[in-house]
Design a protein around this ligand. Structure first.
Ligand code: ATP
Ligand code: MG
Length: 428
């Protein structure tokens, strides 16, 4: 078929051209408003910008005069939230709050339908009158999100304007966008508020934890020392029952001391009161020392502890913090492994990190248990195999200490097939 150039004077062609132009304008205004509503601006600023863009949309032929009421469904009132254009003081005062059902906006709040009014003087629904009121018409648009009324948008027009043919469609779409944006902004504000509350509460908890555990330390130390003296017969021989009871007091106070130290550690780390003193050095000597210390406990269960050090560069770390982490990893491996098993401690250099790992032949961890590891107070399926103490705080502290070094902790394990706990530290 042969292409024929269109006749630009043909009325049909003109109509099509006009239609394309309008559609392009509509698309532009929708796009512009959607963009504004996605900006991380304050709610009022954002809505004023959206209104400003909307009143400039020529096809609507509205005045530079518009506003938004926010709905309070509980009290069945609309509250004026923002306006663009000139509004007198009388208007601002009288319209600060209007009841559902009153005047045009209140009526749209009840019906949830868009409302078009030709003249404030002849439309009986326009109940509110003002001094010096000049003749005008209105678009009143309900702002609805998930079918809930969030507010009302009102636009001023001339009296009996040539209402734009697709105004309902466009205004309702824009109303939906605005309502969704208000809801999501409110949710964000609520989350932010909750987060601030939570972090304040956490701070309070840490303070309380710090004070409580600090004040319990000394009396507990006394109970522990005296019960030890009693059970060992240092202050005179006891009968078997007395020995058994003082032994139990000693064990319980020993457990409590561990728990208090852990709680104090957590409160110090969380409240940012821990000072790391990093020195650049090899981690192997620190690891070796921890392996040797743990050997004494491992011997009691006939667990063979091996250390396989890699060739490592010196890295910056706080000796006491890393010693604590290594101690807990190796301690756990020994604590949760059955007698006569093996524990292997290795160190190795990876791409830009140094990794410390402890592999055991213990009970391993299910996928669910692995999710809970490294969180406070998690004593999981594996229980100590030699009656050792278990407060479930060790790994939570380890994770925090390693994160303070910008490092990572992790585990690979399968239920019944042992576990490998590791941490890696950056090289510098
Ligand atoms: N090597 C391991 N094998 C199997 N389970 C383990 C291993 N290490 C830790 N777990 C499980 O994870 C839980 C949490 O370990 P974590 O070190 O935090 O606490 P804990 O050793 O019980 O007490 P503590 O606060 O004295 O360290 C343990 O109670 C245990 O159930
Ligand atoms: Mg532990």
């Amino acid at each position: 078929m042969k292409n024929v150039a269109p006749d630009k004077d043909d009325p049909y062609f003109k109509e099509i051209e006009q239609e394309i132009r309008r559609r392009t304008e509509e698309y532009k205004v929708l796009h512009e408003i959607a963009k504004i509503l996605h900006n991380p601006d304050g709610l009022k600023n954002m809505l004023v910008k959206a209104l400003t863009t909307l009143v400039r949309f020529q096809e609507l032929e509205v005045e530079n005069k518009a506003g938004i009421f926010l709905a309070d469904p509980e009290n069945k009132v609309l509250r004026l939230f923002c306006t663009v254009g000139e509004f007198g003081q009388e208007f601002m005062e009288k319209e600060a709050e209007i009841a559902y059902g009153a005047c045009l906006c209140g009526k749209a709040a009840i019906s949830g339908e868009i409302l078009i009014s030709n003249s404030c003087f002849t439309d009986l629904r326009h109940e509110h009158k003002f001094d010096n009121m000049t003749a005008h018409g209105h678009y009143i648009v309900p702002l609805k999100s998930e079918n809930q009324l969030i507010g009302i948008l009102f636009l001023y027009t001339d009296e009996s304007p040539p209402w734009y043919v697709r105004s309902q469609e466009i205004l309702l779409s824009i109303g939906g966008l605005i309502a969704d944006a208000i809801v999501s902004r409110r949710r964000e504000e609520e989350i932010q508020h909750k987060n601030t509350q939570l972090s304040e509460l956490n701070e309070l908890k840490n303070k309380f934890l710090g004070i409580a555990s600090h004040d319990l330390r000394n009396p507990l130390y006394m109970i522990k020392t005296f019960s030890e003296a009693l059970k060992d017969g240092t202050v005179g021989e006891l009968n078997d029952k007395q020995k058994e009871i003082s032994g139990k007091i000693f064990n319980a106070s020993n457990f409590m001391q561990g728990l208090l130290e852990n709680l104090l550690d957590i409160s110090k780390i969380e409240s940012g009161k821990i000072d790391l003193t990093k020195e650049t050095q090899d981690i192997n000597p620190t690891a070796k020392q921890q392996v040797e210390l743990s050997q004494l406990v491992a011997d009691k269960k006939n667990i063979q502890l091996h250390f396989d050090p890699g060739d490592l560069p010196a890295i910056p770390y706080d000796t006491s913090a890393i010693t604590q982490v290594m101690g807990n990893f190796i301690g756990n491996a020994v604590k949760f492994s059955p007698p006569d098993s093996k524990v292997l401690v290795t160190t190795e250099k990876l791409d830009s990190t140094v990794r410390f790992s402890v592999h055991d032949e213990g009970p391993g961890l299910s996928a669910e248990d692995q999710q809970l590891l490294f969180k406070e107070f998690q004593t999981l399926t594996a229980r100590p195999t030699g009656g050792e103490k278990s407060t479930g705080l060790g790994l939570a502290i380890c994770k925090k200490l390693i994160h303070l070094h910008d490092g990572q902790v992790g585990v690979t394990s399968k239920l019944g097939e042992g576990s490998t706990f590791y941490f890696s530290l950056p090289m510098g």
